[in-house]
Design a binder for this molecule. Structure first.
Ligand code: HEC
Length: 102
């Protein structure tokens, strides 16, 4: 049943030409974000919990494409290669919480 729902969701999001990171789940993204301790470097750069890097006035990421490029660089620095699904989850999380790309 769950699979059918997921399949339906996938079909609809694709045919509707979907919001960015429509195949990601923000909650799964948040989990990955914590698991990979993504803010470990961001904290050093902007202080606090590190999330301010996503809302700084001169932030670098200004499109979903840039987000993907940035995630690739950042995870590379961690010595990790994110799967496409992980990128979608992380993108969905960051987009929902901070970037709000449509
Ligand atoms: C090894 C250190 C490091 C790690 C770990 C890291 N990042 Fe980053 N990240 C950076 C640095 C440094 C910048 C700022 C780059 C700049 O200012 O040009 C950045 C910037 C970003 C930005 C862009 C912020 C903006 O300006 O809009 C995003 C998005 C991002 N990181 C996502 C992630 C994600 C997702 C992870 C975990 C998978 C992660 N980062 C892990 C170092 C890191």
């Amino acid at each position: 049943m769950k699979n059918i729902a997921a399949l339906l969701l996938l079909c609809c999001t694709i045919s509707a030409q979907a919001a960015p990171f429509a195949e990601g789940d923000p909650q799964a993204g948040k989990k990955l974000f914590d698991q990979y301790d993504c803010n470990s470097c961001h904290r050093d750069k902007v202080g606090g919990d590190g999330n301010a890097i996503f809302t700084r006035p001169d932030r670098k990421v200004n499109s979903p494409q840039k987000m993907l490029e940035r995630m690739t660089m950042c995870s590379g620095a961690l010595g990790k290669k994110l799967t496409q699904q992980e990128q979608q989850h992380l993108g969905a999380y960051l987009n929902q919480s901070y970037y709000k790309f449509k």
